[in-house]
Design a protein around this ligand. Sequence first.
Ligand code: BDR
Ligand code: CA
Length: 319
Amino acid sequence: MTWNMPKHILLDTDPGIDDSLAILLALASPEIILDGISAVHGNASTNQTTRNTLAILEMAKGSHVPVYKGCDLPLVKESLLSPETHGDTGLGYAKLPGPQTQPRAGHGSDFLIESIMSQPGEVTLVAIGPLTNVALAIRKEPRIVKNVKEAFVMGGAIQHAGNTTALAEFNTFVDPHAAHIVFHSGMPITLTPLDVTYQCIFTVDDLNRLLKIASPITKFIADSTRFYMEFHDEYQKIDGCVINDPMTLALTFMPEICDYQNLAVDVDISTGVGLGNTFADFYNYEKKPANMRVALGVRPRMFMELFLERMEKLAKSIS
Ligand code: BDR
Ligand code: CA
């Protein structure tokens, strides 16, 4: 890996167990300066995901990172949360102390706009929840699409089965209309769909490696992922848990984890069984230009080693 200047990152997130791991990875990675976090609905309500974000930052000595509360509802659809996947609080069996810090005043979508417009071409957006905040920001200030440096989005299932319906991935199913706005906005998007994330499984062996270090960080990872692993076992017969969101964040500074194709990708917003389905025009039938770079190949161990090393380093620094 060649050394570049650290990237300024805005994280839009719905913690969420794997979202929490993405926050920890961001704090543990010198390639990243985490400029701020906007919380969104998804794995839990926005009140809860905001609280979780603040609590995780406090645990990891990251309370200097500003946190903003964003949208609590999808743009058009009814709310859909996922307690069966992430638990009632969004953090599985983990119990973190109530945060001492508060979210900053202002809406998450405005924070995204102000951050991007005040540093044109400098800021990388990483969106790992339903895309409501990002879509609202684009509607409020369309110039952000040309002023953001790049956007990494966790969502969709291109040639992979859905994880929420037979056809749809959770983030695109929860707010397909927001995904539609973002996908067709002209933002320079890199998408990490289930096609690659479902090959990155955090196993009990990985957990046991981390648990050799006694730290609130490793305890949190154990308590949260135990719930997530039970979900994967019961619903999907997967031994371990899929850590979609930290993998998406890792691509901002280690793009070689994945192989990519530039593709014209769309999301179904019709009201049938395909709602939220994401699909790519691989043979270019419609002669439309590519609207994103899609990760379709992955080196899972390259990512897992990075993730485990960074978690070990963070855990050793926090006892
Ligand atoms: C996505 O949905 C959520 O359950 C995860 O946090 C991830 O962002 C995977 O489909
Ligand atoms: Ca998420």
